[in-house]
Design a protein around this ligand. Structure first.
Ligand code: NAD
Ligand code: UDP
Length: 317
């Protein structure tokens, strides 16, 4: 593959920093823009010495003028507590950010990939979720600022594709975990691991019977790149995730087992509109991208626990 200059918005975040690493190691130049709302310079500090890496503080709700060959649009808080902290800004980031980055891609005539989400399916009545399912989203609930804004972003991507012939890619990302998740961002995998390592109770919301399917970050990054680089004409939407489905109770038990933590389990109220079940059907990604995840939950959890145990200065037993 010919080396390119690639823009990653939100590249100082959890997924973006892994994507930047992978694209750099393939010989590309990488430009990261981020406003550090949920990401941090720490996530990319190890890349700063690389002459092919550039980091810009920028908020994607404002236009951006750079010259690149491809764009990965990841800028958006992803965890419910962060995206609900300033819901208006969440919608602005996803909608105005999409408009600005699509405008940039249009001027440059370069491909652009959108980090969409399984949240476009809302609390799904179809299980597992296929890309042709339109979803069940509460448009006025606390999750709407994220879910609906991501849905509008998909609309914009497909309208730029139809109206302007833009080369788009839309990835619907399912719950992804791994090193460099923020310890305090409230997502379930980081919460449980951090709580277990600190000997605090693991907070299960509701009775813990709700399910999620967890994808290790290295697998997801491979899927994003496969989608961007595919020559089969796949624009998406494409589900990217690991179909292994677990209840939150099962996840908590695994985390307790792998950390050897004496922590107990505490049940807290289930947040409003919390989806009851979620599992990707990844047939499309398998067929058109020849992609599927390879890291099972047990293996990915062990790696993530190792990361947090160093990050928190504790030891894995
Ligand atoms: P993250 O919060 O770690 O990273 C998001 C990054 O975007 C952060 O660095 C943040 O500072 C930056 N950002 C936020 N608003 C911005 C703005 N206005 N301008 C510039 N930068 C801004 O989250 P993540 O898990 O790395 O998620 C990355 C992308 O993938 C997001 O778009 C998210 O919606 C999507 N996604 C992630 C998951 C997951 O499980 N990790 C699942 C579905 C979709
Ligand atoms: N959850 C939980 N305890 C926590 C954090 C989350 O039981 O400390 C539950 C949450 O209610 C949801 C699931 O775990 O059912 C996944 O939550 P997360 O915030 O990671 O992502 P979501 O898929 O809901 O966006």
């Amino acid at each position: 593959m010919v080396a390119m200059r690639i823009l990653i918005t939100g590249g100082a975040g959890f997924v973006g920093s892994h994507l930047a690493e992978r694209l750099l190691s393939a010989g590309n130049e990488v430009v990261v823009v981020d406003n550090y709302f949920t990401g941090s310079k720490d996530n990319v500090s190890h890349l700063l010495g690389n002459p092919r890496f550039e980091l810009l503080r920028h908020d994607v709700t404002f236009p951006l003028y750079v010259e690149v060959d491809a764009i990965y649009n990841l800028a958006s808080p992803a965890s419910p507590i962060h995206y609900q902290h300033d819901p208006v800004q969440t919608t602005k980031t996803n909608v105005m950010g999409a408009i600005n980055m699509l405008g940039l891609a249009k001027r440059l005539r370069v491909p652009i990939l959108q980090a969409s989400t399984s949240e476009v399916y809302g609390d799904p009545e179809v299980h597992p979720q296929t890309e042709d399912y339109w979803g069940k989203v509460n448009p006025i609930g606390p999750r709407a600022c994220y879910d609906e804004a991501k849905r509008v972003a998909e609309t914009l991507f497909f309208d730029y594709h139809r109206q302007h012939g833009l080369a788009i890619r839309v990835a619907r990302i399912f719950n992804t975990y791994g090193p460099r998740m923020a310890a305090d961002d409230g997502r379930v995998v980081s919460n449980f691991i951090v709580q277990a390592l600190r000997g605090e109770p693991l907070t299960i919301y509701g009775d813990g019977s709700q399910t999620r399917s967890f994808c290790y970050v290295d697998d997801l990054v491979g899927g994003l790149i496969a989608l961007m680089e595919n020559t089969a004409g796949e624009v998406g939407p494409v589900n990217l995730g690991n179909p292994g489905e677990f209840t939150m109770l099962e996840l908590a038990e695994k985390v307790l087992e792998f950390t050897g933590s004496p922590s107990t389990i505490e049940h807290l109220p289930l947040p409003q509109d919390d989806p009851k079940q979620r599992q990707p059907d990844i047939s499309r990604a398998k067929k058109s991208l020849n992609w599927e995840p390879t890291v099972p939950l047990n293996e990915g959890l062990v790696k993530t626990i190792e990361y947090f145990s160093k990050d928190l200065g504790t030891r894995v037993s």
